[in-house]
Design a protein around this ligand. Structure first.
Ligand code: MG
Length: 382
């Protein structure tokens, strides 16, 4: 298991839960980064006494420097600060809990420095999965998924031989609007969209769960992590979120991973792997489980999932363009500058206008990402 970690995105939902798991398991928190939430960052810095803290926003970094002047904590800022946190000599693992494409460069830097990546930033694999997985294989850096579904698949595949896997069954709660028609979602507000029935998460991923774009991003994430083709993944709606995903083996056997819906569990495993330690989380009580139900996803009313699978098949920059356009559209929706259903429209239009077959280098990927964001702002008039 790991000894000392950097938490990138420590003030978000996954970041805070990671800090709690580190405290419980006795893993040292050596570095923290956040975008700009310095109150929470100061609190965490005083509690965990990391050697280094980076704030992405330059002005917020200056404020934090003053706030922590009585401590020996070193403060960095901007992308440079994130990169330093990701490659610090004293750490052996980086938890990438930042939201969005900002996670890509620090993840790659950590891979070059041969750190374990506890991967909670799915946009990284969606945008540049082939490059990231190739470099990890070359440097020997381990990538252990934190996303609950991918952690489940990872666990179901432990000890298997190559060639045993027939397909991945990626489970999905269906989100807060399961069973609703797309036309009825026109006037959904941000408050309604981020109220998830099973999981307590940050705003961006909660909206993605409501549109099912989250499952689309996870579809591409699973392809990259486990080296399978789109035909080898089936999305299954399972509203109770007790099964976190399954694998079907060549003989027809299905292996599932079950547990309470608490992100602390996959976080802890990503840090203690290959060991398992006792945890502070609730246990499943099978006598209390009513029923576990399953259904096919509704691609007509939730077209984001269909779009993502199309982008997965298409390859090139399609996934990157879709993810970047979606990220911008979700931010506009959260600021009430774009309707809920327009999120899909923006992502689909950006893919039609901008996706190309070539995604061989990072420059091409960053250019596609930037073009997609600009496209959304111009099209939305915001
Ligand atoms: Mg997930």
């Amino acid at each position: 298991m790991v000894q000392a970690i950097s938490i990138l995105g420590c003030t978000g939902s996954i970041g805070r839960q990671t800090a709690a798991v580190a405290e419980y398991t006795g893993i040292r928190v050596a570095a923290l980064t956040a975008n700009r939430q310095i109150d929470r960052l100061e609190e965490q810095a005083r509690k965990f006494r990391p050697e280094f803290v980076a704030v992405y926003d330059e002005n917020a970094a200056k404020e934090l420097k003053i706030a922590l002047a009585d401590t020996p904590v070193r403060i960095g800022s901007g992308m440079e600060g994130l990169l330093e946190a990701a490659t610090l000599q004293s750490i052996d693992c980086v938890v990438t809990a930042v939201s969005g494409a900002v996670g890509l460069k620090p993840t790659l830097a950590a891979i070059e420095a041969k750190k374990r990546i506890a991967l909670a930033n799915k946009e990284t694999l969606v945008c540049a999965g082939e490059i990231v997985m190739k470099r990890a294989a070359e440097t020997g850096a381990e990538i252990v998924p934190v996303d609950s579904e991918h952690s489940a698949i990872f666990q179901c595949l432990m000890g298997r031989q190559p060639g045993e896997l027939r397909r991945i069954l990626l489970t999905c709660s269906g989100g807060p609007f399961r069973g609703k028609a797309r036309a009825s979602l026109e006037d959904i507000t941000p408050a309604q969209a981020i109220k998830h029935p099973r999981w307590n998460m940050g705003a961006k991923i909660s909206v993605d769960s409501a549109t099912l774009m989250n499952k689309g991003l996870e579809f591409i994430e699973a392809m990259r992590l486990f080296g399978v083709s789109p035909d080898d993944i089936q999305v299954v709606i399972h509203p109770q979120s007790v099964i976190h995903s399954m694998v079907e083996l060549v003989d027809g056997t299905v292996i599932a991973q079950l547990g309470v819906p608490d992100m602390g569990l996959p976080i802890q495993l990503a840090l203690t792997y290959p060991q398992r330690l006792p945890s502070m989380f609730d246990r499943l009580d099978f006598t209390m489980l009513q029923d576990l139900s399953f259904e096919a996803p509704d691609l007509e009313n939730f077209p984001c999932l269909r779009l993502a699978v199309d982008c997965a098949r298409r390859g090139g920059t399609a996934g990157c363009v879709m993810s970047a356009a979606n990220e911008e559209a979700v931010h506009l929706f959260l600021r009430e500058k774009l309707g809920f259903n327009r999120i899909y429209d923006m992502a689909a239009e950006a893919v039609s206008a901008l996706a190309s077959d070539d995604a061989s280098d990072l420059e091409t990927i960053f250019a596609a990402d930037a073009a997609a964001r600009q496209f959304v702002h111009e099209t939305a008039g915001a």
